[in-house]
Design a protein around this ligand. Sequence first.
Ligand SMILES: Nc1ncnc2c1ncn2[C@@H]1O[C@H](COP(=O)(O)OP(=O)(O)OP(=O)(O)O)[C@@H](O)[C@H]1O
Ligand SMILES: [Mg+2]
Length: 462
Amino acid sequence: MADITKHLLIVEDEAPLREVVAERLADAGYGVVQASNGEEALERLAEFAFDIIVTDLRLPGLDGGKVLEAAIARYPEIIVIVVTGYGTVKDAVEAIKRGAADFVTKPFQFDELLYALESALEQRRLKSENAYLRSQLERRYSFTGIIGRSRPMRDLFQLLETVSGTSSTILVTGETGTGKELVARAIHHNSPRRNGPFVALNCSAIPETLLEAELFGHVRGAFTGAVATRVGRFEAAHRGTLLLDEVGTMGGPLQMKLLRALQEREVERVGDSRPIKVDVRVIAATNSDMAKLVSEGRFREDLFYRLNVIPVVLPPLRDRREDIPLLVQHFLERFCREFAPPRPPMTVSQQAMRRLMAYAWPGNVRQLENALERAVALSPGRTQIEMADLPPDVQEMGPSPASAAFALPDGGIDLQAYVSNVERELIHQSLERSGGNKGRAAQLLNLKRTTLVEKLKRLDRE
Ligand SMILES: Nc1ncnc2c1ncn2[C@@H]1O[C@H](COP(=O)(O)OP(=O)(O)OP(=O)(O)O)[C@@H](O)[C@H]1O
Ligand SMILES: [Mg+2]
């Protein structure tokens, strides 16, 4: 994404100062071009789109303010750092108002300039990353409202695209809050049945004795309380899709009846033996380990195979942490929009984002969604969510993230990306703890300072 080198134009009439600074900037990895006055600076700017311009405000002839103006007019994305003389803070403030990113006052330490440059670049990177995330959200990284860009999610989107066109039975498994119902709805909405009904039934929410009537319907007088004939969920889903949620909790006798309905594509209402033809696609969902239920004899093996024609497995959120920033963005946009009255779009501080990405999320996407809804509600009048707005267990890191983070997911992982993420996180923490001092941060990591600087550059490019 980013250039390997940042191209910088330095405009300064004092040659010795300009040359020393240019040399040190080059050592720090910048591609540097020098200009000794404003006119020369404009010529260089006309030829080349620099990333950064560092300009003295007081120049003979065309002054630095004019250079600033011309640079921004030509390149709205350029970063301008102005250098001012001692006692001219007013000019610096004026320059910032006109679009400069920062200023340093003469005489300055080289590190001051470097710091100003790095923080301006960091800000620019975050800004473009946000814009990038937003554009990705709108394009590839979603499938009918399912957000994700991680390997397992991209594989999932491909699978969903394929299976949506068929009428095959699907078994969706995943921990609570991983999006099983969302996936079932997405399949329906992308299938040829999309104009038919989508009917959902949570099998664990209804007592077993009533579940049969709920599924298949009943005739008047079939049992106490059956005061009228009622259509079951199967019939209601005719020409559409039926989601049988928490199917693992269904008792033995009903499992038998469900199997028959799936095989024969017909149902019998309770109290009536006349079969009724139904054309229904069934999607079953469960957060139980179905194979285990089968091996323990608690779930019929034949029914399991009947349901598991196409298995769709949703990985827990902790195994796809790279999806977290996208999900955060997605939920924030929604909550801010839905807030009464609507709130301007919010962002999350980098510190809070790092914590969101490190937490284990036992309740998966639903828990993340709730945490953000709460954070939005707790931060009226602000545009940024901070660490303190996160739920206490997230702030305190809750259930052992380390061991969870080290469990190899069934689908495997991208080791390189994973290790870089860990590296990036620890480097961020070391810089945070050392207040940005790279020497101290390097000590905390038992690295040479130069090695840390190298790593930062590499991570920045990735
Ligand atoms: N990938 C995703 N992108 C956007 N929203 C998601 C995603 N996954 C889950 N959600 C949201 O998280 C919440 C929980 O999802 P859903 O109800 O589908 O989970 P579930 O797996 O059925 O959970 P449970 O097992 O508890 O029933 C919903 O509000 C859903 O919209
Ligand atoms: Mg559900």
